[in-house]
Design a binder for this molecule. Sequence first.
Ligand SMILES: *[C@@H]1O[C@H](CO)[C@@H](O)[C@H](O)[C@H]1NC(C)=O
Ligand SMILES: *[C@@H]1O[C@H](CO)[C@@H](O)[C@H](O)[C@H]1NC(C)=O
Ligand SMILES: *[C@@H]1O[C@H](CO)[C@@H](O)[C@H](O)[C@H]1NC(C)=O
Ligand SMILES: *[C@@H]1O[C@H](CO)[C@@H](O)[C@H](O)[C@H]1NC(C)=O
Ligand SMILES: *[C@@H]1O[C@H](CO)[C@@H](O)[C@H](O)[C@H]1NC(C)=O
Ligand SMILES: *[C@@H]1O[C@H](CO)[C@@H](O)[C@H](O)[C@H]1NC(C)=O
Length: 658
Amino acid sequence: MTMRSFVISLLVPLVCGTCLDGGVPPSERKNLENEHGDSYPVGIFVPDWAASWAANVLVATIVEEIFGYNVSIVKGTGTVSGYYAVSGCVDPTAVGDPGCGLGNATKHHIVMEAWTNGYPLVWETLQNEYPGVAAKNLGNMGYEGVTSTFVPKRVIGEAEQAEGIALQYFKYWNASWYQPSKYFESISAIPSGLTKLCSDSTSVMTDDATMRRHIVFTGDVDGLVHDSTSDAYSARCDDGHWWLSPSCRSNSTLCVPFITGGVGWGIEELMHKSTKLNMPMALGVAASWSAYTEFPFLHPKSHFYWWIPDPTFLELEPVQVVYPPHDKRLFSSGDLSTATVGVSVDKHVSRDLSILAPNVENFVSKILMTLEDMNAILLDQKNTTDSWRQTTCRWLHSNQHVWQSWIPDESQCFPGFGLYDTGLDDFTNHRVNTSNKIVCQACPSGTFSQLLEDSIGETYICVPCAKGKSQPLGAATDCNLCKSGEYQDEIGSKTCKRCEIGLYQDELGAEVCKSCPASTTTLGLGSVSQKDCGCEEHNINIDVSGSYNCVPCSEGLTCPLKSTLVDLQSGASYLGQQYTPKVQEGYFSTVLAPTEVYRCSSVAACPGGTPGTCNGGLTNTPCAQCRAGATWTGSQCEECEGWRQVLWARTSENLRAA
Ligand SMILES: *[C@@H]1O[C@H](CO)[C@@H](O)[C@H](O)[C@H]1NC(C)=O
Ligand SMILES: *[C@@H]1O[C@H](CO)[C@@H](O)[C@H](O)[C@H]1NC(C)=O
Ligand SMILES: *[C@@H]1O[C@H](CO)[C@@H](O)[C@H](O)[C@H]1NC(C)=O
Ligand SMILES: *[C@@H]1O[C@H](CO)[C@@H](O)[C@H](O)[C@H]1NC(C)=O
Ligand SMILES: *[C@@H]1O[C@H](CO)[C@@H](O)[C@H](O)[C@H]1NC(C)=O
Ligand SMILES: *[C@@H]1O[C@H](CO)[C@@H](O)[C@H](O)[C@H]1NC(C)=O
């Protein structure tokens, strides 16, 4: 009655398109927007099982109505498709190639109920091969996934009332002391059509390797039959359908029927456990999926294989049987006689969600559901067959105190973000303004995000880059030091400036550049060391020790910027011919005094270039003499008809005087 009227009262808002009172209506919802200006809804990817639908649709409703985003719900397949989806693979449900690393941006942002350890290799490969976009694990949902054996609560209760024994503990199954079969149906009452034959080739009971392991770990040869033709072991089932554990093998009415599905999920484990723990059990494999799921309802006094969270047997309020604590070493050796371990059921998001919608990521990371919360939704959906939207909406209505603690404080910023005053439309350094709403926004370029601890807790603010630093990117957590050759004399810069001509900087993070030594300068902007400084044009550095002594060049010398005596002598500069000082054509200087220049009377005799260069075999200073017995013809020295002296004038003295 109360349930019914509650449902009716909810019909009104559902028709209007919202679940929550005051929820953001569809027409007012926004899309995510990425840095390229693409706009798309928050993508929630739903691997196809009940608990996954429950968790993901619940999250969808909050993302829509509390955070005001459009949501697209995409149906997935198994666990792995969810890994691919939030790792940006373009075709996550493809059986062959899911197309990882191909798209620009992932369109799937959230997967709840993700069994991270279900396929650890695939998960790790994604993390290693696509580190920039691989799914991010935001941690446990609040419960563990468990695969084990279960007994309906009523059966447990009956045993407890009758004898005060707790059948959820393995030790109350010890056949030396107890007779648990009193509380269960006898296998003789179970129609044979419900279970597979043990000899069925699709049953694990015919798997030789599994059966050999049973001998190795339990020594129970009597529980198997050996076919000498094929040298293969199979389970011994005297009635064809049930394998009996040693403690009830001689009298099957003392066995507790255990049913499982598939090829015999958990059969190997239960053979080890029932044998080593002295538990009287008859193990059977259901003939079909429907036989498996119906069996515990048709024969509720039974023991069955199951996993949680899952709605299949929820009405029976199944209680998990507790085995001896998990022994990892035994398990990895193949001995399955201790308890299996639960696995974390997690929340996965895309790597870019913290940029696109940090409050949504923050919310997902805060979600904490108990197994009871999950079971309540699963059971309600099963009982009413209403949609997941309606069922999760009902849960949201009746558990407001639970999910409201998952909604993050909007002023709790992530690294990369900073407090933003929506009233002033500007970044702010404090999160309290009674009149304006304070939220988080990505820090703009020229700033970085800095931790702020205030009376509420930790958050981040955007701080301008200091002098000597810059940051070209947004959402940065630090600024970069200016490189050598650069400086920045202002705060809040996106880039550093290059040192002007005549200046250089050989250190990182400079606020100013250093000046070149007196009367020297640089070739261009952004010089990175004092070595980039050199004498100005028409001067030459006559210091050869690495220091500077710039003197004017006399007539007859071409001295480009950064001329040095060394370059004049060698006729080469590491900067190229353009920057090599030279003796001009028609002039001459000696190797020993390269800056003392003579003007030659004949241009033909003095080609210029490096000091000491004469044409046509001439020698002496300045190219005034042919060798003995030769004479100058006007273009070269030739064998003698006497010789002419080439006229010259010493010019450097005059120039220096001038
Ligand atoms: C969000 O979805 C609603 C309903 O489908 C639509 O009216 C609205 O235009 C969408 N918003 C954006 C920003 O696309
Ligand atoms: C990548 O983004 C550009 C610009 O938004 C878009 O035109 C293009 O279709 C996208 N490519 C893929 C593979 O999604
Ligand atoms: C098997 O056990 C039941 C229950 O204890 C008992 O009534 C029956 O006599 C036993 N049968 C044999 C053959 O021992
Ligand atoms: C079952 O009880 C017997 C008799 O007390 C005992 O020896 C044996 O260790 C018990 N088995 C287990 C698995 O506890
Ligand atoms: C299922 O629904 C019926 C009525 O529709 C109600 O009486 C019953 O209590 C429900 N069961 C559960 C487990 O919610
Ligand atoms: C709060 O907002 C008001 C109005 O927008 C503004 O004038 C004021 O400076 C803000 N106060 C603080 C502490 O930022």
